[in-house]
Structures are given as structure tokens and as C-alpha cells.
Design a protein around this ligand. Sequence first.
Ligand SMILES: C[S@@+](CC[C@H](N)C(=O)[O-])C[C@H]1O[C@@H](n2cnc3c(N)ncnc32)[C@H](O)[C@@H]1O
Length: 347
Amino acid sequence: MSETPTSGATAAFAPLIFGVLQFQVYTTAVRLGVPDAVAGTPRSAAELAADLEADEANLHRLLRALVALGVLRYADEGRRFALTEAGRDLCEDAANGSRDLVAFFGEPLMWNTFGGLERSVRDGGPAFTGVTGEAFFDYFASDPGFARSYHHGMRWGTAMMAPLLGAAYDWSGLARIIDVGGGDGGVLTSLLAAHPQAHGVVYDSAEAVRGVAEHARQAGIADRCTAEAGDFMAKVPAGGDGYLLKNVLHEWDDAACVRLLRNCREAMADGGRVLIVATLLPEPGAAGDPSAFTYAALSDIQLMLASNGERTLAEYTRLCAEAGMRITGVSKIPYLPNDNVIEATAA
Ligand SMILES: C[S@@+](CC[C@H](N)C(=O)[O-])C[C@H]1O[C@@H](n2cnc3c(N)ncnc32)[C@H](O)[C@@H]1O
């Protein structure tokens, strides 16, 4: 039998190459508002083009691709488009939906940043800084829309992880938790709701903490949760017995991490602890789940382009030691094979 003209390798790599376009189709649909526009009733391309202020012919082609990808389905013998069950995840009101994260990664600036991988690998440093001339978080002040999109995008992972943190670590011994770089308070409010003995402070930029009061009110813990705006590289609120650093250190280089860990150590009450929630890269050659490894390695690439990167446990151990701390425990977060709560106390 003759060889097929398509080699196995080509067949394997085709989905990968088109994956880049697949994501653009998803994010463009979200950014235009397609899933929400068809959530109630099936709509035609002409109706959607008028509502979403889009070019009808090209929107029609996008809608067809969304059918191919299982976000939409044909209705009314192909004259209209309806949302599939899977597509509901991309709607604004989907519980724990990924819409905001898909929208953030589709920001033209993020897309330019991803396109800078070759430059990052050749020249070092984050591509984001090559594109904007500024470090990732410094840039936020000049582009509030981008900053908002980032903070909204971060909510997805946070909402998913917040309830799992309770199972990963025993928070019952903590009376005052400072969530350093705590965003809009999604994590801390969830922890405080489950631990009535504890009070807490969400510490982040003024823009980020704007949503804390509403989160606290919704969680019924407004009397136990406050927000404070500030620069964690300068100082963190004093007197806590637990300093949570969830998905924060991976945004910073080693020197900045040591400064931040030191700020926490100096601010903490006697016997206090720092709780680092982080994705851990496996040590080279360690056995493990290949898909978890892929996730951690790609998360690292994304961070490398924007700001810094993921680390191994050995690297976190060294950073803690440089900040005058030692790691006293590592607990895996259930269902998330790479994610851990790393406990550190003053050495
Ligand atoms: C990756 S997000 C993590 C947010 C939150 N901990 C979570 O896991 O959802 C990093 C956070 O650090 C905050 N941040 C960055 N630089 C900061 C600084 N110098 N001072 C205070 N917060 C800062 C950002 O605003 C952002 O909310």
C-alpha cells in the first residue's frame, strides 16, 4: 500500500499550528460579545452584525468557525446560530466561566507579547517590556482598561482555587490573615467565610482592592475583612499571623521576591507564617504527570513573556532562606497537580 501524502507528524502538528487561530476565534467571539448575544435566542449573522457592529460577511465566517469548534451550533436549517452547552462557559453570567481570562489573553497587547517569544529567548527579559517599554505592573497606571481586563481575567483561577485552599491547609490556627497582592479579595473572603475565627486584610493596588468590599459583603464577612492599598515592595500591613502570597512571587525576579518575603517576615506577629501558594515546576527528570508538566512549563513561558516565571521547590527554599525564613511544610492543593501551599516561618 502506498504511503499517504500526509505524514503522521504533519497530522499531529496541524491541530497545534491551527491552535493559535483557534484561540483567536474564541477570544474574538468573547471580545465581540457573540456568546451573550446568542445566549437567549438563535440569531442570524445579519442580526448579530447589526447588534455587534461587525462586518456581516466576516462575522459569518467567524460564526461558522465557532460552530466547527463546538461553541455554537446551526439552528433553523443553518439560517441562525445558537449557543451550545459548552459555549455557555464563555457567557458573562456563567458560574466560574472562563470568559474574562479568554478576553484578557486576547488583548492585542498580550497577543503582541506572546509574539515576542523569539525576542525574549534571544535577548532575555520579558517580551512585554520590549513591547511597552515598561514592567508589567508599572504599565497598568497608563492603561486602566488593560489593568481592569487583567484583574477580571485573574478571577477565574482564583474562583476555582479558593474553595480548594481550605482543603489543602489548616487555616484554623490563624487569627489575622494578610492577603498580600490579594487582588479583589476573592480568595481571602472565601477563606474567612469558612473560618469564623479569622479576620483579614486584602493588600494590593488601589485599582485592585476596589472590589473587596463588595466581595466581603456578598460573603457575609464585611465586619472581618478590610482592604488596604499600597506597594508591597515598600511594606506590608503589620501584625498578621498569616501572610498569604498566592500566585504573586512568580511575577517577580529573585531579588524582588526576597525583598517581599523579608517585608512579610518583618511585619508578621511572633510565630507568624508566610503561606506561598504557587505552581511548582518539577525538578529536572522527576517522574510525574506529563500533562501537569506541560501546564506548568507553559505557564512558565507565559510568565516569562509578561514578568518572570514559575519555580521549583528548591528555588523557593533558597529564596526563603535569603529572606531569613525556612520552609516548614508543603501541601498539595487537591485536583490541581502542580499547585501547592508552601508554609514558611522565620528561621
Ligand atoms: C497574579 S496576581 C494574584 C492575585 C491574587 N493573589 C490571586 O491569586 O488571584 C498578582 C497581584 O499582585 C498585585 N501587585 C503587583 N504589584 C504590586 C505591588 N507593588 N504592591 C501591591 N500589589 C501588587 C497585582 O495588582 C495583582 O493583584
